[in-house]
Design a binder for this molecule. Structure first.
Ligand code: PLP
Length: 449
């Protein structure tokens, strides 16, 4: 007990937690995690919680999976890390081959970094520099969507569209053009789907037709704007967006940091609509949730634009200390092996169906305004008034109240404002999924009265 109290005290003294009001944090007792098994995590007092956020959307096959642990240990006995600047290493080579084999045709050049934000930074700089080499130096801006989220570094924030996170930094950001979010429940254009004929794409086209000469790329989270509130896109939206990028000759960057590695029910979200982006960003689930790793994959065409003589200075001058880290790449390879061996995507389909049915039921709850669902990602939007769609206020903290109720019942979730996020590891058993969704339903009932 003394040791536990000491750790709590030290956490309060020294740790600045992300996305956390630290004044409040210091007034509550932190849950200190010491162990994980399957889809559960255990705190220092011995209490187990169902990991309903997949440890912030990264965990795929559960905690302490033997195959991934073994792969990391085996790599550790050889070497933990050596640089990719001026040298190569085995796991990063093998992983690149595996990733390319999973990509839509034509995405063949793998650039490593450390997390989702850096994967996005790399994509943005790559796109910009590509056009410089093409003699189009005037392409200094990007198109992004309202409610988009691409990470917390300044480039990624520049293309972000969540004002509550991003507006503080506005003076520091580069210029972008923001298109409407395809948020059908609260359509920015005041339309109703499907009668609208996806006018949001029309609004995007207006931007592109006017400004395409100065636009390097459009960046999108395919199928679902995750951190913006699990905002799912209507069928055909992504395909339509790809067609517009082609028509106006701008690059398309697909940020699959959240959607990649099975989350949407296919390996990558772009597969659902047969779309090939010019650049794709991967991270979160790539290592099964064990180690940080970012990947940006580009087409041959983009890569070739950077080729030249040494003195031409066409080099992509970008790279991080831990680029191509062997331990992380070994974990990623082991995770991909599990996808094959356990037929993860096949096994996921009945769970997706079950999730969908249960969500349908939750729609009936008095304060549930909308439920959105894409594969194994779901969001439940709570509203004060179902008829008028009136939101709960920021200070009502309705999402947090539900999360608190869930925690009392042994389930850990993290809401996005008034949206309850359902994002368990893909490996969760049907039994645990059922329990998880039961707890969510009870917690919503209990928190909304
Ligand atoms: C989480 C996320 C990021 C940022 O990834 P980090 O690893 O947190 O830097 C970028 N894009 C999307 C779509 C994300 O969900």
């Amino acid at each position: 007990m003394q040791e536990i109290n000491r750790l709590i005290e030290l956490d309060r003294l020294y740790i600045w937690h992300p996305f956390t009001q630290m004044k409040e944090w210091s007034e509550t007792e932190p849950v200190i995690i010491v162990e994980g098994r399957d889809c559960f995590i255990k705190d220092i007092k011995g209490r187990w919680y169902l990991d309903g956020v997949s440890s912030l959307w990264v965990n795929i096959h559960g905690h302490a999976r033997k195959e991934i642990n073994d792969a990391i240990k085996a790599q550790l006995d050889l070497i933990a890390h050596s640089t990719l600047l001026g040298m190569a290493n085995v796991p990063s080579i093998l992983l690149a081959e595996r990733l390319v084999s999973l990509m839509p045709e034509g995405l063949t050049k793998v650039f490593y970094s450390d997390d989702g934000s850096t994967a996005v930074e790399v994509a943005l700089k790559m796109a910009f520099q590509y056009w410089v080499h093409k003699g189009e130096k005037q392409r200094v801006t990007f198109v992004c969507l309202n409610n988009g989220y691409h990470g917390d570094t300044l480039g990624a924030v520049s293309v972000g569209g969540i004002d509550i996170f991003h507006s503080t930094f506005k003076p520091l950001l580069f210029k972008t053009r923001r298109a409407p979010s395809p948020y059908c429940y609260r359509c920015e254009l005041g339309k109703d789907y499907p009668g609208c004929g996806m006018e949001c794409l029309g609004a995007l086209e207006e931007i592109l037709s006017k400004h395409h000469h100065e636009i390097a790329a459009l960046i999108i989270e395919p199928l679902v704007q995750a951190a913006g509130g699990i905002i799912t896109q209507p069928p055909g939206y992504l395909k339509g967006l790809r067609e517009l990028c082609t028509k106006y000759n701008i690059l398309m960057i697909a940020d699959e940091v959240a959607t990649g590695f099975g989350r949407t029910g296919r390996m990558f979200a772009v597969e659902h609509e047969g779309v090939r982006p010019d650049i794709i960003c991967l991270s979160k689930g790539i290592t099964g949730g064990y180690l940080p790793l970012g990947v940006t994959i580009a087409t041959e065409e983009i890569f070739n634009a950077f080729l030249g003589r040494f003195e031409d200075l066409k080099t992509f001058f970008h790279g991080h200390s831990y680029t191509g880290n062997q331990l992380a790449c070994a974990a990623a390879l082991a995770s991909l092996d599990i996808f094959e061996k356990d037929r993860v995507l096949e096994g996921l389909q009945p769970k997706i169906k079950f999730l969908k049915d249960r969500l349908e039921r939750m729609k009936e709850l008095y304060h549930v305004g909308d439920v959105r669902h894409c594969g194994f990602i779901a969001g439940i939007e709570l509203v004060r008034d179902k008829k008028t769609k009136e939101s709960f206020g920021y200070i009502d903290r309705i999402g947090w109240r539900v999360a608190h109720e869930a925690r009392q019942r042994g389930v850990f979730i993290r809401p996005l404002g008034n949206i309850i996020v359902i994002m368990p590891p893909l490996s969760i058993s049907m039994e645990n999924l059922e329990r998880f969704l039961y707890v969510i339903e009870e917690s919503i009932k209990s928190a909304t009265g």
